[in-house]
Design a binder for this molecule. Sequence first.
Ligand code: SAM
Length: 241
Amino acid sequence: MNDQYQGLAKFYDQLVQKSRNYDEMTTELARIIGEARDLLEIGIGTGLVAENLLQIKPAYKITGIDISEPLLEEAQKRLGQKVDLYSQSVSELNIGKKFDVAYSRGGAWTFVNYGSETILASHIFSSTDIQKSFDGVAQHLQAGGRLIIGFSNFYTNTYTNKVIELDDCIVHKKISTTELSEHERYAIFDYHFYQNDELVTQQTLKFRLLSHQTCTMMLEKAGFVEKDINPGKYYTYLKAT
Ligand SMILES: C[S@@+](CC[C@H](N)C(=O)[O-])C[C@H]1O[C@@H](n2cnc3c(N)ncnc32)[C@H](O)[C@@H]1O
């Protein structure tokens, strides 16, 4: 699977820590996780969410998967033996273990606002592979286990289309566009990083956009029922079968 974070890896932590409040996001996630212990993070990236969760509750047993080798290397450096890491796509999930909770906080999929709709933005493009990813997660959850999908402020993010400053005289700009074809919608984000006015890195992130209704139907097909919606934060699904 295509690693869309290769060009961002060097700047990832600086960038996201400037635009997101990991403390707040993780405190809310821990509240929803409650007493569950065995957790699967889908798209663990550099391990920032897992690190915060372990600070809140060191008893969590976290397994993380990701398809980006450079980000996984950062997660390994950050978390060492505290987590189990796998280089794996969620659409080919195969970890010989069942979890109490699986979560994706801006990982393989995230909920976003698109006009007045809340829709799913997925790093996985084909409907077949998205369905396989939901099926695979359901198979890796205990009976009564939960899938938690976070919300990202994709389009309302104050940094979109604005220049922001990082360390070492690096400035960054993110430009968003939408691609529409007859049956499919995609969000495209172009990240540009400049140092002293020279382009040092450019990376494009692309997400398939699915209506909430389509996403709910696919989750139901995988055996999930909607349990709790905390708009703008987290969407929780229960493994029902
Ligand atoms: C925006 S980052 C979020 C990382 C982390 N959850 C955080 O909040 O900092 C999205 C991550 O999802 C990963 N990802 C994308 N597609 C994936 C897939 N099919 N399976 C597993 N991880 C995936 C990317 O490589 C990237 O590390």
